[in-house]
Design a protein around this ligand. Structure first.
Ligand code: URA
Length: 240
């Protein structure tokens, strides 16, 4: 991380209010750096080495945040959008301060696991095609999903633009006019799951992501809810 940063930025980032509100705190002599009262909001501090306190309580500096969201339908996986609500809009300002972004995209109508972080390295590792991070999806399909589809997906299927996908692992949960399946893919091409089913003449009518690498959707989270990753979840994800 950057070693030194402005005191007002540090406090604003840590949720002590806007820069203006932070200025008021300083004016009130509420802020100390290494035990010395500070009133200068532009002072540069190193939060890892210096003890910054507000009303006598030490400010724990956190650089990165890691959130798991159960993405609801109707919301865009982006940081901003002119027309639609984004997953970032759903976050508490306390988290928005960190300028997080979604790791990869789920379609507007797709639900389920979405990792949101401001850790570019972790995001890069999870999204890199070289890493083959497996992603499991649950889907409802219009049409009868068969053993032949399992075999086709295991070989990879050719999408309408000529791209041949990497092998996917298909499990049939319910086979009928309306089928239910789970599918693992290792890539993240645009609309990939939907297009893989189109390639075998079927239509995805509902799609939910269940996992990404070692990270599994916490089923306790209602649609639109999110929580911080546990230390264990983060450790597993970062070491993979
Ligand atoms: N595949 C899709 O078709 N859509 C998603 O949102 C994710 C994977």
């Amino acid at each position: 991380m950057e070693d030194y940063m402005r005191l007002d930025k540090l406090l604003a980032n840590m949720g002590y209010g806007s820069r203006k509100e932070v200025k008021l705190l300083l004016k009130q002599k509420a802020v100390t750096v290494d035990g010395v009262t500070v009133k200068d909001s532009a002072m540069h501090v190193n939060p890892e080495k210096q003890n910054v306190s507000v009303f006598g309580e030490r400010v724990e500096y956190v650089e990165f945040i890691y959130l798991m969201m159960n993405k609801p339908p109707g919301v865009i996986s982006a940081t901003e959008d002119r027309y639609d609500q984004t997953v970032i809009d759903l976050l508490d300002p306390e988290y928005q301060h960190f300028e997080p972004f979604p790791v990869g995209r789920l379609d507007k109508d797709t639900e389920g696991l979405l990792l949101i972080t401001n850790d570019g390295n972790l995001a890069h590792n999870l999204l890199s095609p070289k890493k083959h991070v497996p992603k499991w999806y649950y889907a409802k399909i219009d049409g009868v999903v068969t053993e032949a589809d399992i075999e086709a997906f295991a070989q990879g299927v050719t999408l309408e633009d000529g791209y041949h996908t990497k092998p996917g692992e298909l499990k049939i949960l319910v086979s009928g006019e309306q089928s239910e399946i789970e599918l693992m893919i290792q890539e993240g091409k645009f609309h990939q799951v939907k297009r893989m089913f189109e390639a075998v003449g079927k239509k995805v009518t509902y799609l939910k992501r269940l996992s990404m690498g070692t990270l599994k959707l916490d089923e306790e989270l209602a649609l639109g809810e999110y929580r911080e990753l546990t230390e264990q979840e983060l450790e597993l994800l970062a070491t993979k």
